[in-house]
Design a protein around this ligand. Sequence first.
Ligand SMILES: [Fe+2]
Ligand SMILES: [Fe+2]
Length: 358
Amino acid sequence: MDASPTLEPGLPTREAALEAARASTLLSPRFYSTDYAAMDRLDLGPLRAEWDALLAEYEGDNNHDHFQRDEGFAAEIRELPPELSVEFKHFLVSSLTSEFSGCVLYNEIKKRAANPDIKALMGYMARDESRHANFLNMALKDYGLGVDLGALKRTKAYTYFKPKYIYYATYLSEKIGYARYITIYRQLERHPDKRFHPIFKWFERWCNDEFRHGESFALLMRSQPQLLRGPNLLWIRFFLLAVYATMYVRDHMRPQLHQAMGLQADDYDFEVFRITSEISRQVFPISLDTEHPAFRAGLARLHRIALRMEAAKAQGGLGGRLRQAGCALAGAATFARLYLRPVRRHALPVQIRLAPAW
Ligand SMILES: [Fe+2]
Ligand SMILES: [Fe+2]
């Protein structure tokens, strides 16, 4: 299959990279704020043994020496074809933004929380995310595109989410982050000739951090069973679809990146959904039927609408604005149809914790 050209603009300067990280669009990673006092009222009592075992793992810090470059790193950085280079830099910026988003949120909760369980957990997770963000930023600096993280923290817009939305959204983004990193790592383990940048070699131990972060939110939610039943299932369904759809459209805007790794964006995304759905059964009693042809067709339609939206933006003027409004309506209707599709239901397992076995 021929690769279609990249849709993202070049990132010629550090300022352009910062601008891309600050962008607030439907597809870009966000920064969050929440009701910190409400988080203090969490009670991990019923899951004390699992919780203490998890905190002991964080304390053990088995990745403390992982996020350092080895001697061969620099020598493995090669020049990339122009379109791949643009997509890869955007991939680094959006990965950096989501890693740093976690860092900012977890740090803020740690600072403001009084509950010692929450304070300890958030401190450990902020530690991990700051390592991840800095490691990505080093890769951007190689291209002269290091992002000023202080400026990003001060100037990016924050989205307020109630704590329960933070749990659903952050749990999913941690687990999908794990599934994304491990799927890339396994593919390049099988095809080392397609490893076009050394950073991918770090993904295996890296994604175990994300897996553990997800485990933390799984325990938090399982300790509050009301979050996982009744009307809240409608929210879970919403977040599952929002996270999957965003990832699908964003990945399909970067065809070269996946092709360079020997993956089709479609195969990659559905493998990531399969892994994420399998994992999320530990906490969500419903999952989306991502293999269903109608589900796949709906996502493909969302991608086509996003392409038309880009073209309408580029067109400008009144005609462009009208076409953009039309695309927004078509996008919302497609999302609603996907939302109303039947879901799979399952009982929650007694044993909550999982191992990163993919
Ligand atoms: Fe991370
Ligand atoms: Fe994480």
